[in-house]
Ligand binder design. Structure first.
Ligand code: CP
Length: 311
């Protein structure tokens, strides 16, 4: 099983077959992670650098754990505390790290296209761990794995993506993935946070009424309001956002059906999602995090070109 790509820069570049190969391989690695000994030698002697130019909890820990479970050697780099603060360029930083014989680079950066730039200039395999407001491909893959586990696949599953679509790399990667794999997608939220180009580019529906989206869907993927990326007022206040677009227990009860609740994290509790929903039996938020390790093991393994996934 081979991917038709050397890097994972975005879901945009993947064929449906590539997505399925990653999800199938992730399932094999998830089985490995249930064993008493969770480690396999698949990436022994492979050196991976985790380059994080932007904050992260889940993605960073998940990649690091995936690398350790695969027996890779890992180096962790944070822009804060490095020579980036002295003015070193991205390319100089990476070339210096590569001269220490690094095979793969996992990269998060606040600039859209930063991993694509690196892929054009260095020989190592690049994995995008989130670039600006562009893509977060491993998040979409772990979301897809979580949905597939619940519904036995992705085809025909109705997924509502709710909230700050405009600033969300999770939304864009999910839209690429779900529409490629035959799921149905509706976007819901305030009109100011749903860019028009998305509805003109992708086969998705839009509603500004969250209850309507919830009544339609099997799964609601609720997005974080990304206050740090908003440089203009796009809604009146967090309190009013919660009242109009937040997911509460009362709102879910009014649907008279059970839907699955997802969130990529970190959650703004009481803004896009109330605590009693985030922590309810309908929430699969921690399943998403668990699946993240298996998905990242699959991506690292498949891009390494090594064979024998779970020996
Ligand atoms: N979902 C996600 O990317 O979380 P982090 O920013 O904590 O990595």
């Amino acid at each position: 099983m081979h991917l038709a790509t050397k890097h994972l820069l975005g879901i945009r570049d993947l064929r449906p077959e590539d997505i399925q190969i990653i999800l199938d391989t992730a399932q094999q690695f998830k089985d490995v992670l249930q064993r008493p000994i969770k480690k396999v030698p698949s990436l022994r002697d492979v050196t991976i650098v985790n380059l994080f130019y932007e904050n992260s909890t889940r993605t960073r820990i998940s990649f690091e754990l995936a690398e350790k479970r695969l027996s890779a050697d890992t180096i962790n780099f944070s822009a804060s505390g490095s020579s980036v603060s002295k003015g070193e360029t991205l390319l100089d930083t990476v070339n210096n790290i590569l001269s220490m014989k690094v095979d793969m680079v996992v990269m998060r950066h606040s600039a859209t296209g930063a991993p694509h730039f690196l892929a054009q200039h260095i020989p190592a395999a690049i994995i995008n761990a989130g670039d600006g407001i562009n893509e977060h491909p491993t998040q979409a893959l772990l979301d897809a794995m979580t949905i597939s586990e619940k519904f036995g696949g992705l085809k025909g599953v109705k997924v509502a993506i709710i909230g700050d679509i405009m600033h969300s790399r999770v939304a864009l990667s999910n839209i690429y993935l779900l529409t490629k794999m035959g799921a149905e997608v509706t976007l819901a939220g305030p009109p100011t946070l749903i860019p028009k180009y998305i509805t003109e580019t992708f086969p998705v529906k839009v509603t500004y009424n969250v209850k309507e989206a919830l009544q339609w869907c099997d799964v609601a993927n609720v997005l974080r309001i990304q206050l740090e990326r908003q440089n203009q007022v796009l809604f009146s206040s967090l309190r009013e956002y919660n009242q109009a677009f937040g997911i509460s227990r009362t709102l879910l009860a009014s649907l008279h059906k059970d839907i699955v609740i997802m969130h990529p994290g970190p959650i703004n509790r009481g803004v896009e999602l109330d605590s009693d929903v985030a922590d309810s039996g309908q929430s699969v938020i921690l399943d998403q995090v668990e699946n993240g390790v298996a998905v990242r093991m699959a991506v690292l393994y498949l891009l390494s070109g090594r064979k024998e996934a779970s020996s």
